[in-house]
Design a protein around this ligand. Structure first.
Ligand code: SF4
Ligand code: F3S
Length: 112
């Protein structure tokens, strides 16, 4: 089992999640984070910390694609262990639909 980051993180990136993870398994893209499924120890501590409610256990329905998405980008992006300011429009974009199509970028974030 693992937890994964899903699409409402996109264009928000509040980063509260990274501060509580005991194994530092969050990775940073330009406008979202992902969790490495093989490093996550399933503690569940990060899920309630996300203001955008973007973190889910893979036991939720239809999470298979999100697990592979998180795996793919966690192997391409740098680790992030320090909380940063959210993206500029995070509050207004929380809950917006079609974020993947509108805002997702494969570019890595800065990490750190
Ligand atoms: Fe880290 Fe625990 Fe969240 Fe997994 S469930 S990403 S180990 S805080
Ligand atoms: Fe994203 Fe929520 Fe973390 S918006 S960066 S998963 S706190």
């Amino acid at each position: 089992m693992t937890y994964v980051v899903t699409d409402n993180c996109i264009a928000c990136k509040f980063t509260d999640c990274v501060e509580v993870c005991p194994v530092d398994c969050f990775y940073e893209g330009k406008n979202m984070l992902v969790i490495h499924p093989d490093e996550c120890i399933d503690c569940g501590v990060c899920e309630p910390e996300c203001p955008a409610d973007a973190i889910r256990p893979d036991t939720d329905p239809d999470m298979e694609d999100w697990v592979e998405f998180n795996r793919k980008y966690s192997e391409a992006w740098p680790v992030i262990i320090t909380k940063n300011d959210p993206l500029p429009d995070a509050e207004s974009r929380d809950g917006e639909t079609d974020k993947m199509e509108k805002y997702f970028s494969e570019e890595p974030g800065e990490g750190g």
